[in-house]
Ligand binder design. Structure first.
Ligand SMILES: Cc1cc2nc3c(=O)[nH]c(=O)nc-3n(C[C@H](O)[C@H](O)[C@H](O)COP(=O)(O)OP(=O)(O)OC[C@H]3O[C@@H](n4cnc5c(N)ncnc54)[C@H](O)[C@@H]3O)c2cc1C
Length: 506
């Protein structure tokens, strides 16, 4: 379809989790003409085998991923791979399929910079609207497009870890995905009838034949177009040509990396950074690209004598949320049981499992910057992992808790041995060194266009870019402080809420 010269009510830039949800919700109203631009493809070209849930780790290296890496991290002395999705469904099409709200306490600080109406209770109707939770747990959605539930038959080794967690004194949660509980339980997954379900599958596919929705794939947004302070549209490249799309509202749903990158190369951001990159300043907004943060994760890898059953789901079917210290004001630590031995720096393991430890409310903050206005030049992504010492201490608490679980009698007949880091690393300095050197990204970057009403905020409580008209951001980038769980469900709630704001229903 030729979109050149045509005007839309809403132009959405980025067809990931948030973009698919917004495209579907906005086009429910036949009077609203919606254009969705997505840099990647429709993803139908991927081999069948990689679409199956256990194969998800290989997806990021296909055409469905951008292949990003961070800049060299002070903690590890090297860059860190930071996968993100490219194609309809975005990161929800390549992610690990865990679907869980953050614990309610983690949203308390969202109003710190003046944002109003973004506490857990405000988000609750939108969490519910996105899901049909098969668990039927109290407070969960029953009619939303995403059909989510715990693994029907979790891997035996993960069930043994769950028993071990209870034996070690942790609470057995009923619904660890609902945002209200601490403790360990099977987590909800985006798997339906043995296949992964992305936001594109659940929301966009049923909306594709609407005449008021136009979806253009392989379309890379180059820059935003402005008339004075009003954003009037987007210039994008597709099919070897440059096009423009105009809209009454432009909504950035290009993700934590993509949305900030597009704002910066369009001249919206910290004036000094833009000048250094030789980008003309359209609107000085110091917060763009600041506040980048992510969950780092360190892994303990175990060799087992007993054969670990083959994976049938996402590998990480059971997890726990806990407090690193009794004084913490909510769970700030996640421990996830993984039914394969992940690569590790000590020795290869063929049969075994992994326990991942991740600080859920890290204090480390980094930046996303640009070097030029070239849309094809990669941005400088610096999550500055472990630059706050507190984050290392939280991992130490997590490793200690994970080992108590591994040494419980529930795992005794698996004949396990900790290969990595190994039992030479027991005190805080040696665990800290291991975490800093060998952590990976949990792939939950957020925060580069943070919500709020003050100087450092990028979007206001209605997700409008501060100081400009006709431009909003509605994706993981607006999250001011990362939720204490995996991020996708929170992005779904943000997008559901954004649809209401755009349709002026709230
Ligand atoms: C490997 C991996 C595993 C993960 N595992 C989990 C998990 O198990 N559970 C969980 O809750 N979360 C997980 N996440 C994180 C979660 O999927 C994301 O937080 C969420 O999908 C982010 O949604 P978004 O809409 O902000 O961005 P995305 O879904 O990343 O969508 C952004 C879209 O914008 C497009 N885009 C970017 N720039 C442009 C441009 N210039 N022009 C046009 N289009 C553009 C991209 O191609 C992409 O499709 C994982 C992420 C990854 C990458």
């Amino acid at each position: 379809m030729n979109t050149q010269g045509s005007a839309y009510d809403v132009v959405l830039v980025g067809g990931g989790t948030a973009g698919c949800i917004l495209a579907a919700r906005l086009s429910e109203d036949p009077r609203v003409r919606v254009l969705l631009l997505e840099a990647g493809s429709a993803m139908s070209g991927l081999p069948e085998a990689v679409a199956l849930p256990p194969a998800w780790p290989s997806l990021a290296a296909t055409t469905a991923g951008w292949g990003d890496r961070t800049v060299v991290q002070r903690a590890s002395g090297g860059p860190v791979p930071l996968p993100r999705g490219r194609g309809l469904g975005g990161s929800s099409a390549i992610n690990a399929m865990v679907f869980a709200r953050g614990h309610r306490s983690g949203y308390d600080s969202w109003g710190d910079h003046g944002a109003k109406g973004w506490a857990f209770d405000d988000l609750l109707p939108y969490f519910q609207r996105s899901e049909t939770a098969l668990s039927g747990a109290p407070g969960r959605g029953t009619q939303g497009p995403l059909v989510v539930g715990p693994a029907t038959a979790p891997n035996d080794v993960l069930l043994a870890c769950l028993d071990g967690a209870v034996e070690a004194g942790h609470r057995r949660a009923l619904d660890i995905s609902g945002g209200l509980e601490e403790g360990f339980a099977p987590v909800d997954l985006n798997i339906v009838a043995g296949r992964r379900q992305s936001a594109a599958d659940a929301y966009l596919a049923p909306a594709l034949n609407r005449s008021n929705l136009c979806v253009v794939t392989d379309a890379v947004a180059h820059r935003l177009l402005f008339e004075g302070e009003r954003c009037t549209g987007v210039e994008y490249g597709a099919g070897g040509a440059t096009h423009t799309a105009t809209g009454a509202e432009v909504v950035l749903t290009a993700g934590t990396v993509g949305s900030a990158h597009l704002l910066l190369r369009s001249g919206v951001g910290p004036a000094k950074d833009l000048e250094r990159a030789q980008v003309e300043v359209v609107h000085a907004l110091p917060g763009v690209g600041r506040n980048l943060h992510d969950h780092p994760r360190a892994n303990l890898v175990y060799r087992a004598q007993r054969q670990v059953p083959a994976a049938r789901n996402n590998h990480g079917e059971i997890l726990g949320l806990l407090r690193s210290t009794p004084e913490a004001d909510g769970p700030d630590l996640q421990i996830i049981f993984i039914d394969i031995p992940l690569p590790n720096p000590v020795a290869p393991v063929t049969n075994g499992f992994t326990i991942g430890v991740s600080p859920m409310r890290p204090l480390s903050r980094g930046t996303l910057r640009i070097t030029s206005a070239d849309p094809h030049a990669a941005p400088l992504i610096d999550p500055a992992y472990f630059t706050a010492e507190q984050d290392v201490r939280t991992v130490f608490a997590g490793v200690t808790a994970a080992r108590r679980i591994a040494w419980s009698s529930a795992l005794a007949d698996w004949g396990i041995e900790e290969v990595s880091p190994g039992l030479d690393a027991v005190d805080e300095p040696s665990i800290g060194d291991y975490a800093r050197k060998y952590f990976g990204s949990y792939c939950h970057p957020v925060g580069t266009c943070a919500l709020g009403e003050d100087e450092v905020s990028v979007v206001d409580s209605q997700l409008r870019v501060r100081g400009l008209d006709g431009l909003r951001v509605a994706d993981a980038s607006v999250i001011p402080a990362i939720p204490s769980n995996n991020t996708n469900a929170t992005v779904c709630a943000i997008a559901e809420r954004a649809a209401d704001l755009l349709l002026r229903r709230s």
